[in-house]
Design a protein around this ligand. Sequence first.
Ligand SMILES: N[C@@H](CCC(=O)N[C@@H](CS)C(=O)NCC(=O)O)C(=O)O
Length: 244
Amino acid sequence: MRYELYYWPGIQGRGEFIRLALEEADADYVDVARGASHETGGLPAMMKLLNGKETATPPFAPPFLKAGRLIVAQTANILLYLGDRHGLAPTSEAGRSWAHQLQLTIADFVKEIHDTHHPVGSGHYYEEQKDEAKRFTAEFLRERLTKYLGYFEHVLTLNPRGEKFLVGARLTYCDLSMFQIIEGLRYAFPEAMRRYERRMPKLVALNERVAKRPRIARYLASPRRIPFNESGIFRHYPELDQAE
Ligand SMILES: N[C@@H](CCC(=O)N[C@@H](CS)C(=O)NCC(=O)O)C(=O)O
């Protein structure tokens, strides 16, 4: 079966957490909205599913994944689904729940990272909320970035199966998402991360381990991995990096 991934074209965004899982699984998928209308259906196909009356289980927002007739939305929920089907999640109930819990915490983190440049509202340009963004980011870099990254560093320390992965003895979708978080934060806040990274050696090692996985390395070198940019979730505004 060929999966259909639906996400805004032109940015990595939350779609990237799903792409990393699909790539590591070597799954057959099409990135629908990045394609031309006459080929994949393009953005109109995504808008049709979002706005139309095509399905009894409509997604609220991208990303969402179509697997045959099934439509799965919410990043953590999609990863739960893919994790089970492609060996990217533990098989025990306790392990699955722990991985899902970590992924939901990553989702909270992603929202706060997004809010560093849009603390007032997504409906307004960054330029209209620069002062608030600076205030929000100062607090974020001082308190929240350190709390979240410190938490995940601690989780690696606690893993009874060793410090190689967040959950259990094998790679899970949580490790792929943590890789994306670290890459994104390095892009958005290079100075702040340079200062903080010596306090998270296990996460840095995890990041390197994920980047070296053959399928991930192949993906990162491919045109499918589009660069971070200032329309996505992780944005580099030098004035925010200095906000602390
Ligand atoms: N909790 C959802 C958030 C989804 C979300 O916010 N998607 C963004 C793009 S990254 C969007 O298009 N939101 C539209 C909206 O919230 O109206 C998830 O993790 O997938």
